[in-house]
Every structure is written in C-alpha cells, then in structure tokens.
Ligand binder design. Sequence first.
Ligand SMILES: Nc1nc2c(c(=O)[nH]1)N[C@H]1C(S)=C(S)[C@@H](COP(=O)(O)O)O[C@H]1N2
Ligand SMILES: [Mo]
Length: 181
Amino acid sequence: MHNGPVPTFDEQTWDLTVFGEVEQDVRWGWGELCQLPRARATMDIHCVTAWSKLDTEREGVSLRDLVDRGLVRPKPSATVLVQHCEFGYTTNLPLSAAMGENVLLATHFGGDPIVPEHGFPLRVVCGAIPGREDREDVYLWKGGRWLRGLKFLSEDRPGYWEQAGYHNRGRVWVQERFSGR
Ligand SMILES: Nc1nc2c(c(=O)[nH]1)N[C@H]1C(S)=C(S)[C@@H](COP(=O)(O)O)O[C@H]1N2
Ligand SMILES: [Mo]
C-alpha cells in the first residue's frame, strides 16, 4: 500500500537531504550514502493491521550513529523527525524514537538489497529488538519506503497516514493504531 507507483532509481541523480532544524543542511548522493558508517539490527516488525514478522535482519545506517559522529547535527530545538519519501509520502517520529537502535535507514533486508516494492534503494525500518522493549517501538507505517529526505522540526507535524486517521504516535505495545478522530 503506497501512494504512487514504485519509483525508478537513478544513481546519478538520487540524493538524501537533511534539513530543517539542523546546524547544517546535508545532501548525500548514492555513492556518499554508501560510504556512511553501517549498522545492523535483527528486528521484529509489527504492522498496524495486526500481522508481525519476526527476526528480520536489516542493514543500513543508524541516525544515532550519524548524530554521534557529527555527520548530522540537529539543533537543540529539534524534537521531531519527518521522513520525506518519493511521491510526497511523509511520516513523523519523535526524534528520541528515531534515534533508537531499532530504527535504521535500511538498504538491505536479509543480506540482500531491499527490493523495489519495499523501498529500494533506501527506506526506514522501525522495528522492535526483542529484549529491548525499553525503546519506543512503533508500527511499520512509520518507516518510509523510498526515503529522500530527513526534516528536523521543533514542533510536531503529522504525516500522510497520521493525517488520514492513524495514530500520531503509533506505539506498538500500547496499540496506538488509530487516532479516534
Ligand atoms: N513511501 C512510502 N512509504 C511507506 C508507505 C507508503 O505508502 N509510501 N506505506 C507505509 C505502510 S502503511 C506500511 S504498512 C509499510 C509497509 O512496509 P513493507 O514494505 O515492509 O511491507 O510501509 C510504510 N512506508
Ligand atoms: Mo500499512
């Protein structure tokens, strides 16, 4: 389920931009993205429609690593991260949640590049790491496929599904599925 067709990928023109409440805007081309420090996590993913998929192996880049290494520098005022994807899909997360080890800007799934329908070349995966439920575990819709931008905000702004009636926060263990509007 996604708004728009599966986008084509052009290695020459693809980029990921980091903007908003940051000390410095960043733009990485595909080659640069591939040079960023890598991270791996084995996660369970939970869909809002009640299915789950356990022990999925994800690999990519962790926002926490980028911030720790000064490659992304949120301003102190930044409290929210909005993912901007191809064709205008957006989804919001508290910055603290986006910085968890259970959130990856993923390029690989099970050792292979993510397939086009599931977000190639880059998507956010927000899952749950078993035994580490102290993290904020959110439903899978909060992971944008075909990620193209990370916007830091000082005030929350609901994304595509959040505006359409899904819960703004979307935490799994307290079943925040719909907003009730
Ligand atoms: N760009 C984009 N990302 C998206 C969506 C979308 O419509 N467009 N749908 C979300 C929803 S509703 C779900 S359930 C998951 C599906 O992720 P999957 O490809 O791992 O099944 O992607 C999320 N990311
Ligand atoms: Mo979904």
